[in-house]
Design a protein around this ligand. Structure first.
Ligand SMILES: Nc1ncnc2c1ncn2[C@@H]1O[C@H](COP(=O)(O)OP(=O)(O)OP(=O)(O)O)[C@@H](O)[C@H]1O
Ligand SMILES: [Mg+2]
Length: 351
């Protein structure tokens, strides 16, 4: 893991790849959490199986590390069909997609990861393929060009995206089932940590598993990563058995606090509170004060701070919530506004 790679990022790093694969549940029943998605998906798959048809196309939407790739593999396994994997960035031209589509076997599951990054001309081709199991191969150029329709085998497209908002409406509408993957709650993550510990041969106390789960930002990939770091610590500093105390010491050493905030998150929060009295302050000013690029603060630190209810983005700038003061053990300033409002009123500028 390089210096810019954060322990608490949901992104997949090189050294996560093998572990991700080893820890992936293979069946829907072993997939933990996402109750609603699992139930809905189970219905979609099993009714298709019963009717002997290929199921509707499925779109998996959710943040990094929440289990989209895992679910795509499970879908193919549950259907007993082969899985073809490609991704948006690999499809630079319509021809790249035509090559994939025209070689699919009947009922094959096509996993298109990061589908929002596919080239536009390929999108048009995908619409037709999803709807009519047909592609139009264009032969020639200019006014003489003709489109030759080519039938393709019925298939199931499983698209995954971390940015559902970036998908064009017509594409989104062609999915029969859209699964919104949410962050996991600590109880679910605890089960995941215990399961992963079992697979990796890590001996861990239940309370330690709960602690790791709690600091994992609702994300299985982070939970698995923290588990590995905690295991390393327990092996070097003790006999390898992970107790609550050991887990806490390890996570403190790696600077992941009780809520899963890391050094950058805390620096941003501390600057907001101590240098700007809780805000409102503009993003770039805040970023300069912690020596980071505005984009890093906005993309890397803020989403989790917002989700934890510690920071709010308002039209006037970033402001800290009362919970932020409590989190850092500071007393919020009492500054009643003219109308008796408080610092935390979020009223947009009217002028
Ligand atoms: N519901 C789950 N139960 C158990 N483990 C899970 C679950 N979801 C994800 N994981 C674990 O988390 C890891 C990351 O999951 P996965 O690779 O499927 O995420 P992703 O959503 O595809 O992420 P990305 O957006 O980076 O592609 C997997 O290795 C798997 O072990
Ligand atoms: Mg993935």
């Amino acid at each position: 893991m390089s210096e810019e790679e954060r322990l608490v990022s949901g992104e997949q790093y090189i050294d996560d790849q093998a572990i991700d694969a080893a820890l992936r549940p293979k069946k829907l029943d072993d997939f933990i959490g996402q109750e609603r998605v699992r139930e809905q998906l189970s219905l979609v798959l099993h009714s298709a199986l019963r009717r002997g048809r290929t199921p509707d196309h499925v779109l998996l939407s959710g943040g990094p590390g929440l289990g989209k790739t895992t679910l795509a593999m499970i879908i193919a396994a549950e259907l007993g069909r082969p899985l073809r994997i490609t991704s948006g960035p690999a499809i630079e031209r319509a021809g790249d997609l035509a090559a994939v589509l025209s070689t699919l076997s009947e009922g094959e599951v096509l996993f298109l990861d990061e589908i929002h990054r596919m080239a536009r001309p390929a999108e048009e081709m995908l619409y037709l393929a999803m709807e009519d199991f047909r592609v139009d191969v264009v032969v020639g150029k200019g006014p003489g060009a003709t489109a030759i329709p080519l039938d393709i085998a019925p298939f199931t497209l499983v698209g995954a995206t971390t940015r559902a908002g970036m998908l064009p409406g017509p594409l989104r509408d062609r999915f029969g089932f859209v699964a919104h993957m949410d962050f996991y709650d600590p109880a679910e993550l605890e089960i995941i940590v215990r399961r992963s510990a079992g697979l990796l041969g890590v001996r861990i106390d239940d309370r330690a598993a709960a602690e790791v789960a709690f600091r994992s930002r609702g994300t299985p990939r982070i939970a698995n990563r923290l588990l590995r770091r905690v295991r390393d610590f327990a092996e070097v500093r003790a006999d390898g058995y992970v107790t609550l105390d050991l887990a806490r010491s390890a996570l403190d050493l790696y600077e992941v606090d009780e809520s899963g905030l890391d050094r950058l998150d805390l620096a941003v929060l501390r600057a907001l509170l101590t240098k700007f009295g809780g805000g409102p302050v503009g993003l770039s000013t805040l970023a300069v004060s912690v020596g980071e690029e505005p984009e890093t603060v906005e993309v890397v630190a803020e989403p989790f701070l917002v989700r934890q209810g510690l920071l709010a983005r308002t039209p006037r700038g970033r402001i800290a919530t009362p919970a932020a003061w409590t989190h850092l053990g500071l007393a919020p300033p009492q500054v009643p506004g003219p109308a008796g409002g408080t610092l935390f009123d979020v009223t947009p500028d009217t002028d």
